[in-house]
Design a protein around this ligand. Structure first.
Ligand code: MLT
Length: 303
């Protein structure tokens, strides 16, 4: 019998897999063998000696104290690829939101509520909320992991010219990448040449602020940037200044920050990338399987 501590609500389909296996799950355990977590930050949590593994139902593991886990012999799993389709779909949506002022236009029309003859009144927004098509534009994808590869391939399907950068492109990633995606070896090639840039790298010391003032200065005037990965990948003060000056024409992110919220040409979401029932089920099932396989067989698998 193993105890699994839940730090977040996890999809029922995953928890149901634990029941037949005879596990007890609770948010209240003080002694437990495994942790299931989604986005809760565990940096300040003192783990019991009984803890053997942590499974994160998601891709990023920046909410987990990896160094301490390594010292204490706690194995950490994530669920790579399990939410990649959900995130890819929102990134495609974000590229379109960075172009066509759907959110700004819709908000403006809401403000017309109660206006007599609202149809003609709303048409006045046509020119104000116009925006370019993405077809034929060049998209730079920074990071070609499970999500980046899917985004790159989907953007090819929307007739974008796609360039991808990843210093650690895996064999699987290379095989999954459409032949129409140009793989560049320097990040600056993305910065200097792309009309749209989307970032799909984990948050690490090396990637924090990867899109900062210096990178933005190298970008084309009027570039449109999407960041659904981690807020800290972008220096938000630098981005706010670039939005203000028009250097960056639009920024769509999945993280709220005061500096960005004030900008008319920014769209900010509440970290919705993986928020689909399909993705939540996939992540929960994979995370539970990782725990069960490890506790029962000692198998370490991240998929
Ligand atoms: C992830 O790390 O998997 C994504 O950011 C999605 C999420 O955590 O909600």
């Amino acid at each position: 019998m193993f105890n699994v501590k839940l730090y977040n609500k996890i999809s029922k389909i995953g928890l149901d897999q634990l029941d037949p296996a005879g596990y007890a799950c609770s948010e209240d355990f003080e002694d437990y063998d495994a942790v299931l977590v989604r986005s809760a930050k565990l940096h300040d949590v003192q783990f019991p000696k009984s803890l053997k593994c942590i499974a994160r139902a998601g891709a990023g593991v920046n909410n987990i104290p990896l160094d301490r886990c390594a010292e204490e012999g706690i194995v950490v799993f994530n669920t790579p690829g399990a939410n990649a389709n959900a995130v890819k779909e929102l990134v495609i949506c974000a590229l379109l939101l960075a172009s066509r002022k759907v959110v700004q236009g819709a908000n403006w029309v809401k403000g017309l509520a109660g206006t007599p003859d609202i149809g003609p009144a709303a048409e006045k927004g046509k020119a104000t909320y116009a925006g370019p098509e993405i077809a034929g534009k060049r998209l730079g994808v920074i990071g070609l992991g499970a999500i980046g590869v899917k985004v790159a391939n989907a953007a090819v399907g929307l007739d974008m010219e796609v360039w991808g950068y990843d210093p650690f492109l895996s064999v699987d990633g290379a095989l999954a990448l459409s032949r129409s995606v140009k793989h560049v070896t320097e990040l600056d090639q993305i910065f200097a040449n792309c009309d749209y840039i989307t970032v799909h790298v984990p948050l690490l010391a090396d990637t924090r602020g990867i899109i900062g003032a210096e990178a933005i200065a190298k970008m084309k005037d009027g570039v449109r940037v999407v960041n659904l990965a981690r807020g800290e990948l972008v220096d938000e003060q630098a981005m706010a200044a670039a939005l203000e000056s028009g250097k960056v024409a639009a920024y769509v992110s999945d993280f709220a920050s005061d500096a960005i919220l004030a900008q008319e040409n920014a769209v900010t979401l509440p970290h919705l990338g993986a928020s689909t029932p399909e993705s939540e089920d996939n992540c929960a099932k994979m995370a539970v399987k990782e725990i069960v396989d490890y506790l029962e067989k000692g198998t370490i698998r991240n998929s």
